[in-house]
Ligand binder design. Structure first.
Ligand code: ATP
Ligand code: MG
Length: 402
């Protein structure tokens, strides 16, 4: 990323948050959550100190500031961030540092042609001899002669040199790295994601986190038909997702008895829909225990036979919580693109079986009827099956791999 040879290491990362600023009365608690999440995400790098600025935050670290910046790129709620270099609160020193920070950032641009530019100062230190407009001009006059390609352009310049004058120190920054956007994890409650080893459900979990949900996971497994490697696959998926929510809880629920019972006693075309209804029931129980207010699935309308509107209706009727389906209107390609970006795609495409492939019906029902589901379930002792599955569920705490 940044070549820091001429300017040394940055001292701080300045972060900007978008939607947070719009949240009126809630703003304080959103900022608290963002600060907590920043601490959690950077714990693996070292201790950081977070200071609130107006509409921004400054994250300080004694060391490895660029590693801190990279971790912050995975913290939802952050719109963009800038590594910042520090110097004494003195106009000439600021100008000297600005020249070097600018030279470093110009390496990102093609070697020729004009580059629009401006200086934007802010001044928390009112005893500083120049006001912010004067400081803008002072700095511009000193850096422009060194860089002929820079053309001052106050509206939407390609390069904006930021200067933040604090009582104890002044900071200079140019590069803006993208954050993931969204809202801080935990600010919009909790959700229980039904996580298969497929492509879609990890993406659904990520999208729910992006909108501020704290996500726990439940995955259904049917030993001996499904082996340990499928379970490891799901653990690996959660570990990647934990980059965005540093500690995550995964429940592994036994599903063999449910599946064999449905296979033996229910009409074959309804098997998949009935498996899914049982998943919703068990997931609802676990969700309530974990204080989750919703279930999250990777379902997308029309993607496979079990995801017609009629079948989704039958499935959802068994859930006793709202069901969020972040991918409901996604094309498969869109889900794949996001899975690649998040880093789950290569794990999801490992060829391990999923419990839904066990005892698959030859001709699954496409437009299921709720009455038929309920009739089939009347003989299954649903409550006992649910209770035993919940009792046999294993709980794992999974930490991020970074
Ligand atoms: P995915 O790629 O997430 O597996 P999919 O497009 O393959 O989704 P299905 O396999 O029909 O669709 O599953 C629909 C949803 O049901 C999944 O996205 C997931 O939320 C849930 N689900 C399916 N199988 C399991 C399982 N074994 N454990 C937990 N949840 C599951
Ligand atoms: Mg699947």
């Amino acid at each position: 990323m940044t070549s820091t040879a001429a300017i040394g290491a940055p001292e701080m990362v300045l972060i900007r948050y978008g939607e947070l600023a719009l949240k009126g009365k809630n703003r304080g608690s959103f900022e608290q959550a963002l600060m907590r999440n920043i601490h959690a995400a950077t714990r693996c790098v070292g201790e950081v100190r977070v200071e609130r600025r107006r509409g921004r935050m400054a994250v300080f670290s004694e060391r490895r500031v660029m590693d801190v910046a990279r971790r912050l790129q995975d913290v939802f709620g952050i719109k963009s961030l800038s590594p910042a270099w520090g110097c004494a609160v003195d106009p000439e020193e600021i100008a000297d540092l600005a020249r070097r920070v600018l030279a470093d950032a110009l390496a990102d641009f093609p070697p020729e042609g004009p580059i629009t530019f401006r200086v934007s100062s802010s001044r928390a230190e009112k005893r500083f001899p120049l006001n912010s407009m004067e400081l803008d001009r002072f700095i511009a006059e000193r850096v422009l002669p060194d860089h002929e390609r820079l053309e001052v352009h106050l509206d939407a310049p390609a390069l904006s040199l930021g200067i933040d004058v604090r009582p104890e120190r002044a900071y200079v920054f140019v590069r803006r790295l993208p954050g993931p956007g969204g809202l801080p994890v935990s600010t919009l409650g909790r959700g229980m994601c039904l996580l298969s080893g497929g492509i879609d459900s990890p993406v659904a979990a990520w999208l729910a986190m992006k909108r501020g949900c704290r996500v726990a996971y439940v995955s259904f497994h049917s030993p001996p038909y499904i082996g340990e490697r499928s379970k490891k696959k799901v653990r690996d998926l959660v570990r990647v997702l934990a980059r965005f929510q540093p500690t995550s809880r995964l429940f592994v629920a036994p599903f063999t008895e449910v599946q064999t019972t449905i296979r033996d006693r229910a009409p074959e075309p309804y098997r998949t829909v009935l498996y899914r209804r049982m998943m919703q029931r068990i997931a609802t129980r676990l969700a309530r225990r974990e204080k989750c207010g919703a279930l999250i699935t990777g379902e997308s309308l029309g993607q496979v036979a079990s995801q017609t509107l009629e079948n989704l209706t039958c499935i959802e009727a068994a859930a006793d919580l709202p069901v969020l389906r972040p991918l409901v209107t996604f094309d498969k390609e869109e889900a794949i693109d996001l899975a690649r970006k998040i880093g789950t795609f290569d794990i999801s495409t490992r060829p391990e079986p999923d419990c839904c492939t066990v005892f698959m019906p030859g001709r699954p029902v496409i437009r299921g009827h709720l009455a038929a589901c309920e009739e089939a379930e009347a003989t299954l002792e649903v409550e006992n099956l649910v209770k035993r599955a919940v009792r046999g569920t294993e709980k794992l705490e999974i930490e991020s791999d970074v």
